[in-house]
Ligand binder design. Sequence first.
Ligand code: NOJ
Length: 582
Amino acid sequence: MRTLRFRSSAFLAFTLTVAAMGGPRHGSAALSQSPSAQDQSDVWWKHAVIYEIYPRSFQDSNGDGIGDLNGITSRLDHLKDLGVDMIWLSPIYPSPQVDFGYDISDYEAIDPQYGTMADFDRLLDEAKKRNIRICMDMVMNHTSDKHRWFIESASSRTNPKRDWYIWRDGKSPGQPPNNWLSTFGHSAWQYDPKTKQYYYHYFYIQQPDLNWRNPEVQKAMFGAVRFWLDKGVAGFRLDAVPTLFEDPSLKDEEVQPGTNKFGDPNESTSLQENLPEVHNVMRDLRKLIDSYPGNRVLIGETYLPNVQELYKWYGDDRHDELQLPMDMQVGFINKLDVAEFRKKITDAETKIGDNQPLFVFDNHDNPRLDYRYGDGKHNTEIERMLAAILFGSRATALMYYGDEIGMTTTIPTRVEDVKDPIGKTGWPKEKGRDGERTPMQWDTSKNAGFTTSDHPWLPVPPDYKTINVAVEKPKSDSLLSWYKRLIALRREVPALHSGKEMMLNTNDNHVLSWLRQTEGHPPVLIACNFTANPQTVSFNLAQDGVTGKHPSTLLKSPGARDPASLDKIQLPPFGVYIGEVK
Ligand code: NOJ
């Protein structure tokens, strides 16, 4: 058994333990079509593979040890080859980099560490040539404390921008306004000796929260959104968007038993996040992006307690808020529990009306897949299986850089090496997020081909000699080849591209299986063995109206056999079978 870290909506750290550890391809045409010209029922983002790049860690082009925009541009062919439709770029705006870009000091420029606006324009152009869209990370909850808005706001109590942030008097001398906590540890209130008031920050002290009750804030932030829309970006990933509003009563949060990783009392967060007012802003934002041609998309970082809450972020069946709020229910189950996966996938299929689910299994805030799902012995097989669930589902797929080669979580072993500030505040219970942000592993050369510098900003994991793009690319049985094949099947096979999804053998506790079906084409059967033992499964699909009886293999795990019939599909440990039923 080992202890894992996972963050929920509030990035509330909690621990849990798990057992030891050709076809209907969309493309350039969609890039230029306006909403009215394009059939919304089959809009591009419903089938997209979205790839998150953490720019500091992807590719360094100037030898300073930090990834940059020209580095990303130089690696676009890898993404094209993989089958990526859109890149989500974690923030590249000017920033003091306290939270590595999530503390923005100018929303309409590029941080010189990452390049210039001309570099960005070139990236956009080169990506477009490859039919790859670019999605920006939009951090609307807070700015950096070095943003001119905050500098002005902090300058005096009467400054016109004072109310752009959340300033309050203390409860009594030396006492913050209430007991609210920052999700990154300790009080969410920071005292400013100059104006003798506290400001609110849900994240780091250097990330003051904007006051979204002030209409000027929305106007200014939407100005930044327009700036990037005018440049031609395809959409936005909205950072921490459930935290936009706070309860104006400023009542104390409810104190619960025990303490968190930072030694603070456990508390509810219901007054600090997911307030209903946020939906008005989402509707306005949706109107704004819909006023641009090309079916731009809004993706939400929506860690929510359940799928019913998620449904609201679509604007229920009005479809007037986000097109793709992230479903964090499926990908962060963090244990290989068939019943749980089946339930959460079924929820995504049945409880969000006719909206489109977006599945996410990994990102820059959580330990990678090996850490959360691996058993130490079959990690690659397990990662194949998770990829089959991600790309074999009807949901839009969001993946994290390095997953395609099986990059591993590499957590710092000494506090003095930690770069992510929460790892310093929370050490040793919270070691921060460096482990999932290590440099992309391209080849066997120095620093895995990430940088020529002797000092990459985070160390390259020692496994880079075997886990890298160059080694895996030519091997037909590598994880990289598996990813490519899965993504290609999702494009080429009509049932996998747009077929409805139905769970099969719903009492089976070992094998997760489902059917994808679309009219006029053979249905596709997918079966994943969630256990370390071989399993044999049989399917009676006649009861589901399937007339075909013969499985015809599209993809199977190494070691799996081509089955002779639906009565006997054999799966090796953590094996996957994908076949058309003819
Ligand atoms: C969510 C981002 O994913 C995370 O990396 C960041 O620290 C917080 N939001 C604050 O912006």
